[in-house]
Ligand binder design. Sequence first.
Ligand SMILES: Cc1cc2nc3c(=O)[nH]c(=O)nc-3n(C[C@H](O)[C@H](O)[C@H](O)COP(=O)(O)OP(=O)(O)OC[C@H]3O[C@@H](n4cnc5c(N)ncnc54)[C@H](O)[C@@H]3O)c2cc1C
Length: 645
Amino acid sequence: MSTDFYREGAPALDTKAPTGPIAERWEQRRFSGRLVNPANRRKLRVIVVGTGLAGASAAATLGELGYRVANYCFQDSSRRAHSIAAQGGINAAKNYRNDGDSVHRLFYDTVKGGDFRSRESNVHRLAEVSTEIIDQCVAQGVPFAREYGGLLDNRSFGGAQVSRTFYARGQTGQQLLLGAYQALQRQVAAGTVDLHTRHEMLELIIVEGKARGIVVRDLVTGEISTELADAVVLATGGYGNVYFLSTNAMGCNVTAGWRAHRKGAYFANPCYTQIHPTCIPQSGEHQSKLTLMSESLRNDGRVWVPKKKGDDRHPADIPEDERDYYLERRYPAFGNLVPRDIASRAAKVVCDEGHGVGPGGLGVYLDFAGAIERLGKKAVEAKYGNLFDMYERITGENPYERPMRIYPAVHYTMGGLWVDYDLSSNIPGLFVAGEANFSDHGANRLGASALMQGLSDGYFVLPNTISDYLADGPFDALDETHEDVVAARKDVDDRISFFLNNDGDRTVDSFHRELGKIMWEYCGMERTDEGLRKAIGLIRGLKDEFYRRVKVTGKAEALNQELEKAGRVADFLELGELMCIDALHRTESCGGHFRAESQTEDGEAKRDDDNFSYVAAWEYGEDAPVLHKEALEFEYVKPTQRSYK
Ligand SMILES: Cc1cc2nc3c(=O)[nH]c(=O)nc-3n(C[C@H](O)[C@H](O)[C@H](O)COP(=O)(O)OP(=O)(O)OC[C@H]3O[C@@H](n4cnc5c(N)ncnc54)[C@H](O)[C@@H]3O)c2cc1C
């Protein structure tokens, strides 16, 4: 194993991890954690950064419990957090279909789907809590799709042979977020939550080793201020936009997490990136966003390419026996519903071999002709109508008449800030929820599990576990004159002043685009030792150039999106390097991390459990990052070569 580019430190330990029978661990931890008396909760202040599903649910629940909460987001409304984009659905082990689902099966599928790189205890808790999430959301009035008899409807997502995905047409994230928003607004009206939109956290404040606040910039006036508290929760989403082109909203960024990392919080498994198989292919060089076509479409759509290389006939003119339904051929047991990492790589393989369709041969067909014939156009429209409309608006092609063209794109990041079982980072008082933590998905997240995890963290886990920490509070009173608060604020002022005064000539976006290309080329769907080393060199060079040549127009005391982007891209540059170092050091393939040197004879990811069955928790170091390994143990789902055949 190479130790180039990093040092190895002491192992990382999850000291809160409960033991005993797996089905009792969450109950046991909830019981052993200390509580805070309701009368004392009023004296405790908690900052929640983020108003997506994880942040809004956490802030609302902490407010309901009686804590004083300050909640932040950078959008103009908390409802515009990126969770709103989620289309396909949310998993829960309700077994409404009586098709053999159970908490244990969801647990099993998730551990296996994550390619045995997640913690069993966490995943089991997630599966247990999944059923409560649906009840909570239904009680809030979330309009899940229902069957004729009134029960909630389900569909299937990748990596599962049961139907456990609850959905609200193709707008599940939006409807869930509206539910969480109502819960949040109830607390705003009750005075327990102070909501600050259009504020960006730019620094974490640590006093005597504990997270005690944040430095924020009002994005409209440019005013910098500090917010102090007894604990800080980051629910700031994923960092897929390090690739520039991704399915994430343009504003998604890593700054909150990265600033915490620079102050000592471990960043875990940064190289685990999810590349989603069903996105609309890139259409040109000037594009800055890619669009997801929900995985739910693979319930009824069949994926194929022409058997003949370079076949440019209209798809309708290609007869059945000249089509390769390659997922059904290679993975008969799961067919079109193999997990995302497998489906993405399979698409790359057929395109690399020259069977791809559309511009540049970078596309495969997702065909609904059979479903329309079987179910009728109306039924297909009822299920997926808004997704079909979106596809047609973007491509100008009618997917009822011609198969969709799809290609993999960056979608989700399994890595994130390291947290223990209580969702506490290694900095006391700093908790992390939702996509921002490295959490429960191992090396590959199954579809419809991110919404489940965000709401599990926010509604159920964090409000229970944070009390064990807050039971020691309120902590010593602090004010803005404390030297650590002053220093954190000064760091922010200095960074802003640097960007605005730099005598540069290149736009922020041009750097971001170049970084994204490097990441996609060398740390994307397939990674090699040679490519990753090259990428590290290129990123270092690009970072150097960024600080010499970046040009940021406008001023500090006003709305200034160039300034916002400059800070985010500066952090992406550092994160990108760490992702490549993490990918380089992990000389095995697992889930979304595919090292070309480590594959089975038939081209599947080949894990190396003897050497890599650990979470890579990285500590920031000025000269080189420090790797802390947290060993993973599997008592209930024994690691095997994943098979969906
Ligand atoms: C197109 C698309 C479709 C998806 N569909 C599904 C699906 O069907 N099912 C599923 O399970 N998952 C899906 N996902 C994944 C899922 O939507 C996300 O993982 C999840 O919603 C993330 O929620 P979150 O609360 O962790 O973060 P987000 O919703 O991203 O919220 C982040 C919040 O943090 C705030 N924030 C971030 N940084 C700062 C800062 N520095 N200062 C202040 N505020 C900050 C933002 O303003 C925002 O409020 C999809 C993802 C995409 C991109």
